[in-house]
Design a protein around this ligand. Sequence first.
Ligand code: ME8
Length: 521
Amino acid sequence: MEKEKFYITTPIYYPSNKLTLGNCYTTVVCDAIARYNKLLGKDVFYLTGTDEHGQKIAGKAKDAGKTEMEYLNEIIADAKELWKLLDINYDRFIRTTDEDHVKVAQHVFTELYNRGYIYKGSYKGKYCVPCEAFWTESQLVNGKCPDCGRDVIDQEEEAYFFKLSQFGDKLLDLYKNNPEFLEPQSRVNEMINNFIKPGLSDLCVSRTSVKWGIPVPFDKNHTIYVWVDALTNYLTGVGYLSDDKMFNKYWPADVHVIGKEIVRFHAIIWPAMLMALDIPLPKKVFGHGWLLFGGDKLSKSKEVASKECVDPRILAPRYTADAVRYILLREIPFGSDGSYSTEGFLNRINSDLANNYGNLVSRTLSMLKKYNQSVVPSYKDSNDPLDKDLINIVLTEEQNAKNYMKKLDSSKALTSIFAMFSKANKYIEVTEPYILAKDPSKKERLDTVLRNLIETIRIGTIHLSAFLPEVSKKVMDILGVEAKIGEPKFYDMKEGKTLENCPILFPRLDVQKELDELAKL
Ligand code: ME8
């Protein structure tokens, strides 16, 4: 039987500077969703990459005394290193300077023009001469250029426009008929009230003043507006124009995961472009909230004012990729904003990873070694309410985790998985295997208790492997189980198998000492 496909994308990030922990957030969330869908047996394609055109990048390269490509290649190399460091398992890293992408962006532009959706007009705006950039009135800061703070002048240039104004009703129908197209629901109201109801204007989609861009193929004085160029990456990434078989398999995307500030590009401009091209629309756009640092959104151009350590290049080697992934996935209720603090991060490592999960695995395996020579024991179906309660919670939370992941909610799914581990730790306290071990007549009961613990670790860890791949792999290797979510089944371990002992998974941290050391870095 052919596997069900699942195509997921992150935004393509601006490589104007090194990527931030904010960019890591979306990439880690998408990685966990991609891995989870693989566990469910789907054929997954995960696309991420970089959005490399525009005046800002050209300016940055110039300031650094480099060509655009030299400047970009360094940042892209760093981004790829970062994704390796965080165990990101993407299928393609797309760059908008890739040859196949340039072709797609040019084809899309020409096709929209041939179909009568793009026309030539003139663009009036506020222009900053030194920055060579147009701004709208609302982008200006105290009437000056938001980038350099200098005066701007009124300027007019010849430009192409996309007939976005024709799509208001079609977009309203789309949101109405497909309530799952844009989530969370609050973003739909934002789009309708802030953009569609006031009336959509035609969109300027070419510039003569921006040189670092993809040329309009039939009018080489113009370059294609960066957002039109950028959005088409989602088509290029799965073989549009280059590999029909691949494109027909993966398109339409199952979900574009993006930050809430770029929802209007994905939920208004992008579907309008696709409708004009007669290409099926993505099934879902999910606009998540922001990771806040001391109340502020972190961005590439802004240093974090507080003394938080927010560099994943420091945090991941020091505390493991899994720990960084965990805090990003767990701390922000999906769809809303959430605050990051280093102290919160370190406390979570201690409470959830070391005390809850790490402790459960190490206690269980050391009891198994001590009381059963590390051999997986048989079990006896009992009517013991303690067993029933444990099994019931594990199977219920497993189903909850699956349901949450269907809604892309890794934060809640992790809460469910960790609820299994907490329950198992409590189960140790109430069943007291260390007391049972003292009485040879209780051997059968001891075996069942140990077996129940191992099965709980097995089930929880398989789910956990989408979120924390490194530590889960260690544990799954010890148990000798495959990373696969099948039909729910509590007893599934091979009896009689000898399990190796487990190294300490997450050492407990001295939070104050770590904070002091991080502050010195
Ligand atoms: O917007 N919290 O690129 P970009 C959560 N090139 N997510 C954050 C975040 C934070 N503090 N900071 C960044 C662009 N992000 C365009 C996209 S797509 C066709 C073109 C994440 O480098 C979040 O996903 O500014 C946000 O939408 C994205 O990075 C912005 O990345």
